[in-house]
Write a protein that binds this ligand. Structure first.
Ligand SMILES: Nc1ncnc2c1ncn2[C@@H]1O[C@H](COP(=O)(O)OP(=O)(O)OP(=O)(O)O)[C@@H](O)[C@H]1O
Length: 432
């Protein structure tokens, strides 16, 4: 099948600087593809190359099999509609008039608008929820409303391909989702959409595929979960990031952290299990700590997280107790650790050898516990004694990951000061 959009070896220089460097990518008919990447990496430039506004220095763009460079502007406008990033407009045209401009490529030689044109304009305004603004001067609507006016103009243009440059940047949260819902409907109806989107979570939630653009190239392409990983986000944006599954939408969710110049390199061994360590591991990793984890079952969610962040992992087979070998592995990690975090004191009895090893470790221990003692399922009197011993040895913090990181920083001696906002949440009193 011919792709709806085929970008083949496209290079574009602007002001003597190469913005796109032999970019090749394609978009299938009926696909919603998000262009993501840092500011100034050429997303708008790529969209302007696809819609024919910019002629590439090298390479070619085909839309529906047609070479865009060889098409006239009317023919291109029948194939591609664009919602630009900047929707500023100088003239006081009524909103309806701006939306009707979308019909221009369809109007005959004598400039006569037909009933079909008027119906297309009405339907587009209805769909973009701006029918109530039809007679208002476009200079007197808000930035977000104007963005929807331009979406309506593109809808009225009725093209198989739609390009959106930051379509939600000026929209409130309600209209962001509504606009992307409209775009998804258009895609379900068979249109092909490419949208530059800064909000990575929205891009992951709505787009079938993403193209990650930086350093002049498409550096990653594919389904959102394959394009947005901690490594790719860090490489592209220079920000450490944790990528998790969003609990509500189920799509990937990116939380970026600006690197702390006082980043606390140090080694932290985390005792977890059952997913208890997962949020802490992400946060410790983002804070610059080198983490080891274990012992956990090889199929435990904490083991998966450890692999995802390249932590040093000690595992036992599923359902197996911690044997001597695993215990030895933990002791080895503890010896090299600057701090130990026990992610949850409600660990299974099978994990007791690990907790014993923790008791014998030299490194300071941070015990994470958000729950009162009588809600724990820690098994038996031996468990309670062990629990108590850990508590007197370690620092107990609540299970807010930021508090845990603050406590770890403190115990490894790269601690927070009293003016550090994190220090307020770190409770460092060992309870009896
Ligand atoms: N007319 C121009 N002349 C010279 N340089 C330009 C011109 N237009 C854009 N650029 C530069 O080209 C680069 C790519 O710009 P572009 O607008 O395509 O990036 P972008 O990825 O869309 O950015 P943003 O995310 O900030 O919207 C930027 O460095 C920009 O400064």
């Amino acid at each position: 099948m011919t792709p709806a959009i085929d970008v083949d070896g496209v290079s574009v220089s602007l002001g003597g600087v190469t913005v796109l460097d032999a970019v090749s990518t394609s978009v299938d008919e009926g696909q919603f593809v998000g262009l993501v990447g840092p500011n100034g990496t050429g997303k708008t430039t790529l969209l302007r190359t696809i819609n024919g506004a910019l002629a590439p220095d090298r390479g070619a763009v085909h839309v529906a099999g047609e070479d865009v460079a060889a098409l006239g502007s009317r023919a291109t406008s029948q194939l591609v509609a664009t919602v630009p990033q900047s929707t500023a407009i100088a003239f006081e045209f009524p909103v309806r008039h701006v939306v009707a401009m979308g019909r221009t490529p369809h109007i005959g030689r004598f400039g006569t608008r037909t009933t079909a044109d008027r119906e297309a304009v009405d339907a587009a305004m209805e769909r973009a929820a701006i029918a109530n603004l039809a007679d208002r001067p476009v200079t007197e609507v808000s930035g977000g409303e104007r963005q929807r006016v331009f979406l309506a103009r593109a809808l009225a243009q009725d093209t198989p391909v739609l390009l959106l440059d930051e379509p939600t940047s000026d929209l409130d949260v309600n209209h962001q989702v509504r606009t992307l819902d409209i775009v998804s409907e258009l895609v379900a109806e068979g249109r092909t959409v490419v949208a530059a989107i800064h909000d990575l979570d929205l891009a992951a939630r709505y787009c079938d595929e993403l193209r990650l653009l930086y350093d002049g190239r498409v550096q990653a392409a594919g389904p959102p979960a394959s394009v947005l990983t901690g490594a790719t986000v860090e490489a592209a944006f220079g920000a450490r990031a944790t990528v998790t599954d969003h609990p509500v939408t189920g799509s990937v969710s990116v939380t970026a952290f600006v690197d702390d110049p006082d980043a606390a390199d140090g080694r932290v061994h985390v005792v977890g299990g059952g997913g208890a360590a997962t949020p802490l591991l992400h946060r410790l990793d983002a804070a610059g700590f080198e983490c080891s984890v274990g012992a956990v079952s090889a199929d435990d969610p904490d083991a998966e997280t450890a692999r995802a962040i390249d932590a040093d992992l000690v595992t036992v087979p599923p359902y197996a107790p911690v044997d001597d070998e695993a215990r030895g592995g933990v002791v080895d990690r503890l010896r090299r650790a600057d701090a130990v975090v026990v992610a949850d004191v409600t660990v299974a009895p099978g994990n007791r050898p690990v907790l014993d090893a923790v008791r014998g470790a030299d490194a300071p221990v941070v015990v994470v516990d958000g729950r009162p003692i009588d809600e724990r399922n820690f098994a038996g009197a031996a468990g309670r004694r062990l629990d108590a011993r850990l508590r007197t040895r370690g620092r107990v913090v609540d299970d807010d990951p930021a508090a845990v990181v603050a406590a770890v920083r403190r115990v490894v001696g790269r601690g927070t000061t009293d003016t550090d906002p994190d220090s307020r949440t770190a409770e460092t009193d060992p309870r009896p």
